[in-house]
Design a protein around this ligand. Structure first.
Ligand code: ZN
Ligand code: ZN
Length: 341
C-alpha cells in the first residue's frame, strides 16, 4: 500500500513533516522523503527504512523507482489523497504493477484511540479550556471578534499548545447564524451574546469546543433557543455507548430540535471524530449506519441558526468507553454559567 495522506503517514510512523509518502509492503515499510527532513526523521522515527529523494529527481520518478525495487505486483492507492496526475504517472512508470484504489483503511484504524492518544486529546482539551477561562475573564465592551480570536491563539500557546486546532470562530450576535463565521470587526456590546468555537493542538492531537457567552441580558428568545439546543445535546449524549448507531445518536438531537420547530435550522451533522485532524471519522450523521465503538472520540454539537438573529451551538468532546461514555470537556454550560458580569 502506498500511503499518501500525510496524517495517515504521521499516524503510522510518528513522522510529522509533509511531502512524504509511506510504502507498506509485506515485509517492510519505507518512508519516502527528501533531504529537508533527514534529521527530523532520525529523531521522530528512528529505525524506519528511508528512501531520500535528492533535489533534481521528480517525486513521480522516485516513487516509480522505489516501487519497482519493492517487487510488488499489486499496490493499494489511497483514493482520497492520490492526485489524478500522480495516478496517471504511476500507471505509465510502473505499468506492470496493478494499482488498486482503496478508501479509509488507515482512517478506520485512526477512529479508535489508544491510551496515549486519549491522553494527548485530554491535554489538548485542558489547554483549550484554560485559554477559554482567560478569554472569558478578559471580555469587555469594545473588544472585536478579531481581537478575541487572536487572544485565544495566544493563550493556547501560552498554556503549552502548539497552536489552535483550527482558526477560532468568534461570532457576535447575528454573525453566529453562520456556523463557520470568520471573525471580523464586530464588537462586544453590539449584541447580547457571542459564540466561540475553538480548540487546541497538543502533541499532534486536537480538541474542539463551542460555547455561548452572554455579555448583555438573556433575552427570552436566547433562553428558548439555548434550552432546545441544550436538551438536544443531552438527548444525544445519553445514547453514546458502544453499539449505538451513529445515525440514531444524530437523530436523538435532531428530533428534539425538530419537535421545537427548528428542524430546518440545524443544517449540519451532529458531530465528528477528533484526533490528528480536527474533522476525522467517525461522522455522527443522518446517513451514517455504523455502530460506535469503545475508544472513539467524537464531538456532539447540535445547533440552531436563525439568519439575522444569531445562532446557538453547544459542542463537547466525548470518549466512548466500554460501558458508555465520558464527556471529556468540562467548561460549564448551563445558560446561567455563560453570563459574564
Ligand atoms: Zn468546533
Ligand atoms: Zn466540531
Amino acid at each position: 500500500m502506498l500511503v499518501t495522506n500525510f496524517a495517515n503517514v504521521t499516524y503510522l510512523t510518528g513522522f510529522t513533516g509533509d511531502d512524504s509518502f509511506l510504502l507498506v509492503t509485506r515485509d517492510k515499510d519505507i518512508l519516502l522523503s527528501d533531504p529537508r527532513y533527514t534529521e527530523q526523521l532520525e529523531e521522530e522515527c528512528p529505525g524506519l527504512e528511508l528512501a531520500i529523494r535528492n533535489s533534481g529527481i521528480k517525486m513521480g520518478d522516485f516513487l516509480g523507482k522505489v516501487i519497482r525495487q519493492a517487487h510488488v505486483s499489486r499496490l493499494a492507492i489511497e483514493a482520497l489523497s492520490m492526485t489524478v496526475s500522480m495516478w496517471n504517472f504511476l500507471e505509465t512508470i510502473v505499468s506492470r504493477v496493478e494499482l488498486v484504489p482503496v478508501e479509509g483503511l488507515v482512517e478506520q484504524l485512526r477512529e479508535i484511540k489508544d491510551r496515549d492518544e486519549i491522553n494527548a486529546i485530554r491535554d489538548a482539551i485542558e489547554c483549550a479550556q484554560r485559554a477559554f477561562a482567560v478569554i472569558r475573564a478578559s471580555l469587555r465592551n469594545g473588544r472585536s471578534e478579531n481581537e478575541i480570536a487572536h487572544e485565544i491563539e495566544h493563550q493556547i500557546r501560552w498554556f503549552g499548545g502548539s497552536g489552535c486546532s483550527f482558526s477560532p470562530i468568534v461570532a457576535i450576535g447575528p454573525r453566529a447564524a453562520l456556523p463557520h463565521a470568520v471573525p471580523g470587526e464586530q464588537q462586544i456590546g453590539e449584541s447580547d451574546f457571542l459564540l466561540i468555537d475553538w480548540g487546541a493542538r497538543n502533541r499532534l492531537y486536537v480538541s474542539d469546543l463551542t460555547r455561548i457567552l452572554v455579555t448583555g441580558r438573556i433575552s427570552p428568545k436566547l433562553e428558548r433557543i439555548y434550552g432546545v439546543v441544550s436538551k438536544a445535546q443531552e438527548a444525544a449524549i445519553e445514547l453514546v455507548r458502544p453499539g449505538a448507531m451513529m445515525h440514531d445518536v444524530d437523530a436523538a438531537a435532531r428530533n428534539v430540535i425538530a419537535a421545537a420547530g427548528y428542524g430546518k435550522r440545524f443544517g449540519h451533522s451532529l458531530g465528528h471524530g477528533i484526533g490528528l485532524e480536527i474533522h476525522e471519522g467517525p461522522r455522527l450523521a443522518q446517513n451514517e449506519f455504523r455502530p460506535l465503538k469503545a475508544g472513539m472520540v467524537v464531538t456532539i454539537e447540535p445547533g440552531i441558526y436563525l439568519p439575522g438573529w444569531g445562532g446557538v451551538r453547544i459542542e463537547d468532546d466525548l470518549l466512548v468507553t466500554r460501558n458508555g461514555c465520558e464527556v471529556l470537556t468540562t467548561v460549564p454550560k448551563e445558560l446561567a454559567d455563560c453570563v459574564i458580569d
